[in-house]
Write a protein that binds this ligand. Sequence first.
Ligand code: F6P
Length: 505
Amino acid sequence: MSDASRLSQLSAQAGRVANTSLSQLIAADPARARDFALRVGPVYASFARQHYDREALAQLFAAAQDAGFAPRLRALFDGETVNVTEGRPALHTALRGDFSPASVARDAHAQALQARKRMRAIVEALEASDVTDIVSVGIGGSDLGPRLAADALIGAAPGRFRVHFLSNVDGHAAQRILAGLDPARTAALLISKTFGTQETLLNGAVVRDWLGQHAAQRLYAISANVDRPAAAFGIPPERILPMWDWVGGRYSLWSAVGLPIALAIGMDAFEAFLDGAAEMDAHVLNAAPADNLAAWHALTAIWNRNGLGYATQAVLAYDDRLKLLSNYLQQLVMESLGKSTRLDGSAIVADTVPVWWGGVGTDTQHSFFQALHQGSSIVPGDFIGVIRSDAPYSQNHLALQSNLLAQTEAFANGQGSNDPHRAYAGGRPSTTILLDALDPRSLGALLALYEHSVYLQSVFWDINAFDQFGVELGKQVASRLLPALAGEVEADDPVTRELIAQLRG
Ligand code: F6P
């Protein structure tokens, strides 16, 4: 079936379902609370409050089969060239497990294990030193995943080091972090797949200079371009860990790019994080679409975007330790799916990625939830909760959980009133994802779920989830404008010229 006919079937279903309110759908089929939910290891997810019914779901699963979800997952795990525009595989799954007899995937897995051994040796050497603080320098995929995981897991599995993340090229970021640290007790990691990223090279130089004489012993690098850290920073080979072309930046936290995570929580806990992801991988690879958590999640996203036409999607974490989740997902989802060209170069006929945004409950309830309840745009939400709290304040945890439950119920059902200002229309769809506890295994499984959902959405839309040409233009223009800002040349664009005049005072 062509993409266009798949989409028109989806629109027809959505048109039919839209005539029935979400609360009516739920009331008419109480068994959906049980049947529209799945558990995979430590992750439970309920889709019962999404605005579809069994008939629409059956059609979505048929569309998934038609789009080739199962064979395209196999192709991903087997290391086929799924990143067609850059002519390479995307083998992040090989960083976590041995899932394929294909030699490219097996080689990748073997390289990953070797690098993991070297990572462990570095963690142990640092643990045996008098270093107390780590500054991790990187940006985008070389920052957001490690930053999230280290922040989320530090309480569950305390490691030895305080890990600080430096990404922004704004010098205030470096100034703020370094102000509180002692160069004699600090090590720095320069993380960059390409080792050509302006922000990381500039911040790396700032940190190297700040380390002074200690830089000779305390600078480490992680890169797919191992010659560059040696050339640009004089880092010796034993302190450079590898990355590979077959891992995309935003999928790289499972590789040596995860060194800050291992330093924050310990190497054993880092390996538990990989095991959690591998557990999700095995499920997603082997389960039929109707029993497949990533397929449910992906099809729900497609339904909300293409069927119901929702332009944004919120992720609302009801656990303070997941406050960086929405930042991480913004890159994973929007850099992967923010495309409008199909694999064969033709223009896509559907809308692709919605804008992802979010924050942490309950704080966001007191900031933007007003708009989610009564604004004119409907925003589907992924609500993430944690069943077992690790904090000693049980009343707080009960209150947190009751807020999560209350919001999803109120979003779906609304509440009538004679006063239109006090009426809640309801019909706001949500998915509730619950982790048994927030630990390395469950976080690994959750992030792998999102990765696979993103991939399956890309399969449906027939776009490449693994390139990011959209970010290149801004980088090129910025480097062209550096000499204009320095007053050496004139900028071509009249508006830029005027702004430069203002900036130069
Ligand atoms: O912003 C674009 C991007 O290429 C991301 O995809 C990547 O994660 C980030 O820059 C950092 O790149 P690198 O790891 O090569 O420094």
